[in-house]
Design a protein around this ligand. Structure first.
Ligand SMILES: Cc1cc2nc3c(=O)[nH]c(=O)nc-3n(C[C@H](O)[C@H](O)[C@H](O)COP(=O)(O)OP(=O)(O)OC[C@H]3O[C@@H](n4cnc5c(N)ncnc54)[C@H](O)[C@@H]3O)c2cc1C
Length: 599
């Protein structure tokens, strides 16, 4: 009855625009350590990656959702048909290690280029992309905290993609609060450790795409201090490796079950039992949380990118559907026959809401990636510190705003389909189901908002957020110089920044005087932060697209569409900031003190 899920078209022109005009890939590629990378090389790589994801990985998205990953009685897990072959093609083309360290065989690409690759893979098939994403997190952790012997032993095969990695943090009583971890690590006489306990919700904890899996497991050593100060990190391979590199017998880790879940059904979410499994300590005992924190910024950015990717995919499908589907008549006296729904103003509003939000989000996420590169590679200490500060401040916003938008925008894309969106055949519903995990894992969005309010706003005596607000103010000069066309954008951005400044002052004061009120306001505050930062980036998009169009520099119809989406964002979406400010500053005492039984 309905056309199946449409093809994915990698949005390379939109990505190039952000890489050239909102961020600067040229500037990043010129940093020390990136001598082997230049913008042309990255562009060629993105085209190549785009072809692979479009032709090989995207077509597995809907069948993978239908088939799910399945656990056999012997504890092995089969991924859906085609996943193993697609993974091997992905690895053979070098994508697994594109952003990973050169010394272990990776491509050593900047984070700014890697984020574009991540977007393409996640948009093509979110469930598939989970496996390389988790491996990358494990590699980042080991590359920073492993000793030389561990790095030599484990990293080359993980970087190449021959083996995958997992992050084993969560337990039944330890989710948002990892202080509750109970898994035990006992020292053995040979210097290794024996790990015993159960981990739940472990992504790609068992699968058939590679012959080995390297688990990074959080556990407690004997006499560890309570809470997060007493957590250590261990390498636990699924299969042992002999001195000659041969995979030999299995370690004592088994997949007890896999979850039946709302979305990303092709990604096996495993309960893993460790029954005296051999583990190797990473770093010092009780320093496991510190090790986890080093990879958290990148991992949170990657999850934000998932929100962007899935919204882009859902948008492409919604536009295609709206161009074909005929219902009702568009306004105007000349329209007697039934119209394509894309002509109805309300459908256009939905489509533009998705498109403008996607562009704002892409600009934000790629900017954070650029800041990570500058913070790690810029030769000037001051610039590195400045960029580190930006990464710290913006990471919770990138994760939470990105994944909240992923859910809202895929829901809107479903709405464009009407009833056809609600049935599984079109695939519109799968995008919404798949997107729904984003606000939950890698630190729930509530926890991100609390992080922003309690840890990030006070940074550097509150100067970090002050400096960020001054950056936002500076756009006004550029908008003033860009003429009449920018009047609407300018006034909306100014209103938005004023709202963010007022809300920030309110939160900073409440944090000291009424901490519970500051926590109660954290979620609308983070939303306001995202919406206004998005407005600032869209204003920059409008300025640069207008200038380039006037100079005849580039495809004017493409550049005009960038101005239109920027204006739509600023005039239609940014005004939310007034309502969000009101929500942040409204009293919360009565609902915070309502008896639990009355809720
Ligand atoms: C599909 C999937 C894949 C996953 N992959 C992995 C993985 O690979 N590795 C891994 O280790 N884990 C993984 N997880 C686990 C995931 O990270 C946790 O589910 C998440 O951290 C939330 O923990 P929880 O489920 O225990 O929820 P809880 O911590 O019980 O939270 C429940 C609710 O309470 C709120 N809450 C909790 N504490 C506070 C607080 N202090 N202040 C305000 N609100 C609070 C939360 O925001 C949430 O809304 C995965 C989960 C899923 C569903």
């Amino acid at each position: 009855l309905f056309a199946p899920m449409s093809d994915y078209h990698p949005p390379l022109d939109d990505i190039r625009f952000v890489l050239e005009e909102i961020t600067s890939l040229g500037r990043v590629a010129a940093l020390p350590g990136f001598g082997h990378v230049d913008p042309e090389l990255v562009d060629g790589a993105l085209m190549e990656c785009g072809r692979l994801v479009r032709d090989v990985i995207a077509p597995l998205n809907q069948p993978g959702d239908r088939q799910h990953s399945r656990r056999n009685d012997d504890g092995s897990v089969e991924t859906p048909d085609g996943f193993r072959a697609a993974y091997h093609q992905y690895v053979a083309s070098g994508w697994a290690g594109v952003a990973l360290p050169v010394e272990y065989g990776g491509g050593g690409f900047p984070c700014l280029a890697a984020v574009a690759v991540e977007e393409l893979v996640a948009a093509a098939n979110l469930a598939f992309s989970m496996c390389p994403m988790l491996t990358q997190g494990a590699v980042d952790l080991l590359a920073t905290h492993g000793n030389d012997e561990q790095k030599e032993r484990w990293l080359p095969s993980m970087v190449s993609g021959e083996w995958t990695g997992t992050m084993c943090l969560t337990e039944p009583d330890a989710g948002s609060d990892l202080g509750g971890i109970r898994t035990k690590a006992v020292p053995a006489s040979d210097g290794t450790w024996r790990i015993t306990g159960q981990k739940i919700f472990i992504t790609f904890g068992e699968h058939d795409m590679t012959d080995n899996i390297i688990h990074l497991v959080l556990a407690r050593v004997p006499d560890a201090p309570p809470g997060t100060r007493g957590i250590s990190c261990f390498i636990v391979p699924k299969v042992f490796i002999a001195a000659d590199g041969e995979l030999v017998e299995h370690n004592a880790v088994t997949c007890a079950s896999i979850e039946d879940k709302l979305g990303i059904r092709a990604s096996p979410t495993c309960v893993l039992d460790f029954d005296g499994a051999v583990g190797y300590l990473v770093g010092e005992p009780n320093q496991g949380m510190r090790a986890m924190f080093t990879m958290m910024n990148k991992a949170r950015l990657s999850v934000g990118v998932q929100g962007l990717a899935i919204a882009e995919r859902a948008y492409q499908q919604a536009v295609e559907y709206a161009r074909e589907r005929r219902q009702g008549r568009q306004p105007g006296p000349d329209h007697h026959a039934s119209s394509r729904i894309i002509e109805h103003p309300d459908v256009r509003r939905m489509l533009l809401t998705i498109r403008a939000s996607v562009e704002a989000l892409r600009a934000l996420l790629y900017s954070v990636a650029e800041s990570i590169d500058l913070a790690e590679h810029h030769p000037d200490d001051t610039v590195r510190a400045e960029q580190r500060e930006l990464v710290e401040l913006l990471t919770p916003v990138a994760k939470a705003w990105g994944t909240d938008l992923g859910v809202e925008l895929t829901s809107l894309a479903l709405q464009v389909h009407g009833g056809a969106g609600y049935v599984e055949e079109t695939g519109a519903a799968q995008h919404l189901r798949d997107a729904r995990i984003g606000p939950i894992y890698e630190g729930t969005n509530g926890i991100q908002a609390i992080d922003l309010v309690t840890r990030k706003l006070p940074m550097h005596d509150e100067h970090a957020v002050g400096r960020f607000l001054s950056r936002l103010d500076a756009i006004e000069v550029e908008l003033n110089a860009s003429g009449e066309e920018m009047v609407g954008i300018r006034s909306r951005v100014r209103d938005g920044v004023v709202a963010l400044r007022c809300a920030t002052q309110w939160i900073l004061a409440a944090r000291v005087d009424h901490p519970a009120a500051a926590l109660a306001a954290a979620t609308p505050y983070l939303r306001l932060f995202g919406v206004v930062t998005g407005g600032w980036l869209m204003a920059r998009q409008a300025v640069v697209a207008t200038r380039r169009c006037a100079q005849g520099d580039g495809d004017c119809s493409f550049l005009r569409s960038k101005v239109v989406t920027a204006r739509f964002y600023c005039e239609q979406l940014l005004p939310q900031s007034a309502g969000l400010l009101a929500a942040v500053t409204a009293p919360s005492h009565d609902w915070l003190t309502l008896d639990g039984g009355q809720l």
